[in-house]
Ligand binder design. Structure first.
Ligand code: MG
Length: 441
């Protein structure tokens, strides 16, 4: 609106002269800002893959203005590529890149059936790329767009494999390894005894052939941990939804209460969510859940009823930063903290998105942290590093990460897989319990 029109409008409204002048100046500032940063238009959408990791790149019509977003679902990675290229790209080309909320609402409603892990990851790739673009255009890190820092860094937890300390099979070897993590500055550790009967191909130390044996073994293991390490270090155990029946899991959370765990993760699968009330009735062991969440209807009731203490949402599987910052805000009002999933099958872009939310949300609890290989750090420059057990975002615009796309292209999906996962292009395959039933992750 021109100055003359503004003044005319103000005169009609009978506004005071001083207010009018202020309003005119404000409007002039808005116009100046708009002229300085014209709305970028989505010109191209590409998918970058590197081993199991999937990143969406959005290129705008403005020279050098683009953004990256994580869309990694490692067990079906190439399906995301198809979804982005065949469905989202035609929907989004030519649209403004700065309308993030509107774009997300459009994407989520563009397939009639809303919320599945594949489509959510595709949306996350686009959503996080748009946040990156907005930050790069404004010249500020994304956390500034989310309200700015309310903490300088986030406390991290990790495990032995993540920092490439060999995973010893015996109890004493594990505890000695935890001492090394504590010496590195970590104040919390993802711990657990390794079941010698577990199939060697399973990557997770908590997966076992018999959950009853597992729970008894883990109880004895954590008692020994507390005896040797004391109560100052936070201990986290991931049940990984591996139990024979839900009552057995309630019993475990109750029995372990005196050991004051930082939290127990995923004592139930999504199918057994109603059992969370039983844990609250029996004990005060802190509970975390969320890496399997894809639909707000799964996590909203648990947060609303305060049945979990930490939301472990895997941000890309839930659809990106846009829905997850809302989940975090809801948690703040109800006393539920965040502990975003930070597994190895998240790209450095996704890990950076975790940490930008961590430093800008008041109710951040703790951040799962895995190190990167030298090759990953070469491909993704600007990766997060842990310092004395804390994670700091870099302060460059957007996510602050650049990708060597030519180097990434040398490692297409499946390249890094071993054994059956190679044949299955990263899929999990046929894992069974001791009685022959399929293991339900
Ligand atoms: Mg987990």
């Amino acid at each position: 609106m021109h100055r003359r029109d503004m003044l005319k409008l103000a005169a009609t409204a009978g506004a005071l002269a001083v207010t009018t002048e202020r309003a005119v100046k404000a409007q002039e500032k808005v116009e100046k800002a708009s002229r300085g940063m014209p709305s970028p238009i989505i010109k191209d959408i590409q998918v970058i893959t590197y081993n199991r990791l999937t990143v969406v790149k959005i290129v705008t019509d403005q020279p050098g203005l683009y953004g990256y977003g994580c869309g990694t679902i490692s067990m079906r990675s190439e399906v995301v590529t198809t979804d982005v290229e065949k469905y989202l790209k035609p929907l989004l080309l030519g649209r403004p890149a700065d309308r993030i909320e509107d774009t997300w609402q459009m994407m989520v409603n563009s397939a009639q059936w809303r919320f599945d892990p594949i489509m959510n990851n595709s949306m996350s790739g686009v959503d996080e790329a748009l946040w990156d673009i907005k930050g790069r255009q404004a010249g500020v890190p994304v956390y500034e767009l989310l309200g700015g820092k309310c903490r300088e860094a986030v406390m991290a937890y990790t495990d032995l494999a993540a920092v490439r300390i060999p995973n010893p099979p015996d109890v004493q070897g594990m505890i000695d390894g935890y001492r090394k993590l504590m010496a590195m500055g970590f104040k919390a550790i993802r711990a657990g005894a390794r079941d010698p009967k577990a199939p060697p191909s399973l990557w997770d130390a908590t997966v076992t052939s018999d959950s009853k044996v597992n729970f008894a073994t883990q109880m004895a293991f954590f008692e020994e941990c507390r005896k040797q390490l004391g109560f100052d270090v936070g201990l986290i155990f991931d049940v990984h939804r591996n139990y024979s029946n839900p009552t057995e899991s309630v019993q475990f959370c109750t029995d372990i209460e005196p050991l004051k765990m930082f939290y127990i993760e995923d004592p139930f699968s999504i199918e057994d969510i109603p059992y969370y009330k039983q844990i609250r009735q029996h004990c005060n062991t802190p509970i975390a859940m969320g890496e399997m969440f894809v639909n707000p209807n799964e996590y909203v009731p648990l947060i609303n009823e305060r049945l979990i203490d930490y939301m472990r949402i895997h941000i890309s599987a839930a659809g990106g930063v846009t829905p997850c910052r809302k989940a975090a805000a809801m948690g703040e009002l109800l006393g539920v903290r965040t502990s975003w999933h930070g597994s190895p099958d998240i790209s450095p872009i996704g890990h950076m998105a975790n940490v930008h939310l961590d430093v800008s949300c008041y109710n951040t609890g703790i951040q799962e942290w895995r190190g990167y290989s030298d090759l990953t750090k070469e491909i993704f420059s600007g990766c997060i590093e842990a310092k004395d057990g804390y994670l700091y975002p870099n302060d460059k615009p957007g996510w602050g990460i650049e990708i060597d796309e030519k180097l990434a292209a040398k490692y297409p999906p499946g390249t890094g897989e071993k054994g059956s996962a190679q044949k299955l292009n990263g899929g999990w395959g046929d894992y069974r319990r001791a009685d022959g039933t399929i293991y339900r992750p």
